[in-house]
Design a protein around this ligand. Structure first.
Ligand SMILES: [Zn+2]
Length: 175
């Protein structure tokens, strides 16, 4: 498989702001680095151009493989998967308490095929939301306590060690 040029990789990474373009998990909250996905795989005629590339977490990428379509259980029709370069995420999905709610047939198929709502992944998304809320609170001057000393964010609730470890490591890298 031809390699993807570093400049093209960087473009995809920056364009996605570090989020998986399927399940929206941030790279800051995953143990493995996000990968570059060819939305339409080479074997289906897809090309290595920015319009066919998406940032993809390792879990989504593993389940997606080279698939481009699946059978919609509601209509019985062969239906293309969600395409991050053609489709708008917000048109196909909502997030409710960490769970991804599909609004369309392509959204539905992609959630199922990529197992986006497995218990572990929903929990991971909830932890990410909690952590982002903590960071917002920490950074909002009007909510700071009167003490000038540093107060760490509230501990993650029942955090899997991997998420905690990964988040801490990335925080200290970027500090
Ligand atoms: Zn993902």
């Amino acid at each position: 498989m031809p390699d993807i040029e570093p400049a093209l990789r960087e473009l995809v990474r920056v364009r996605a702001a570090g989020l998986c373009e399927y399940c929206r998990i941030s790279e800051r909250f995953t143990l493995a680095e996000h990968e570059i996905d060819r939305v339409i795989a080479l074997k289906h005629g897809g090309q290595t151009v920015d319009g066919n590339l998406a940032l993809c977490c390792a879990v989504c990428n593993r389940y997606k493989g080279s698939d481009i379509a699946s059978i919609d259980p509601e209509s019985g029709q062969l239906t293309p998967l969600f395409h991050p370069r053609v489709d708008r995420w917000d048109d196909h999905y909502r997030v409710r308490n960490g769970e991804i709610v599909a609004l369309t047939a392509p959204g539905r198929l992609t959630v199922r095929l990529l197992r986006m709502n497995s218990a572990m992944r929903v929990r991971e998304r909830q932890l990410m939301e909690d952590r982002l809320k903590d960071l917002k609170t920490l950074n909002a001057p009007e909510t700071q306590s009167s003490s000038a000393s540093y107060h760490p964010p509230a501990p993650l609730r029942a955090a899997p060690w991997a998420v905690t470890l990964c988040w801490s490591a990335r925080q200290s890298q970027s500090a």
